[in-house]
Design a protein. Sequence first.
Length: 261
Amino acid sequence: MLIKRKSIEKEESSRPARKPKFAPVTLSEQDGVRYLHFGTEWVQGAMRIRKPNWPELEYAQQMMAAMLWQEQPRHLAQLGLGTATLTKFSYTTFPDATITAVELNPSVIAICESMFKLPPNDARLRVLEMDALDFVNDEANAGTIDALQVDLYDATARGPVLDTAEFYQACNRCLSDDGIMTVNLFGDHPSYARNIKAIKFAFAQVICLPEVHDGNVVAIAFKRQRAIDLEALTARAARILADTKLPAKSWVKGIAASLTK
């Protein structure tokens, strides 16, 4: 099954009286996996029904790559909820951390609550119905996030709906001093080069993991420049694999390959 990036739709008109128009939210199931769609056959997110907190898709697993440097993040945030994969995994993996998810489409939030096992908001979890741009530009969020995961696509997957240098600079401002952002990009789309350029403008260091699925490339962006110690990352990856079963060793191999390019 081909994989398309999950998405939120941008408001088509700047007139404040109009509400955003969203593609219909639909579901399918196959071989024990429930899929989210936005009115097409393309997959926008997935959940293995017997393992609802596990990131089923490989690119979603890669979006957790900040774990290679951050053993105990205090605050993780997701821009774009999808099937709440990253939100649920972060919530259960880091019991001492707070988790914030930002989603514009109320139907996506509702379907995650009813069909994708998203837990209710509590002292540690906030799911906000709002525009991701407003969230990152809110001064109250400056310097508060250790790991930021960005996955913002429109229903036609023409590229991230937010992809300017100014947007990524705002993401940077939200991060703590050692903060890390991971971004889901569309590697074989014209938007890819534009996004990489904008991310590199906004961040001190950027590493891209190898492409997976139908063109997904996860970029890792660091607020501050870091020395890449492959031996230390390999040891950390082994602990991540033992603790969570995430294939973190493959992330280190991808990082190593990127350094030789």
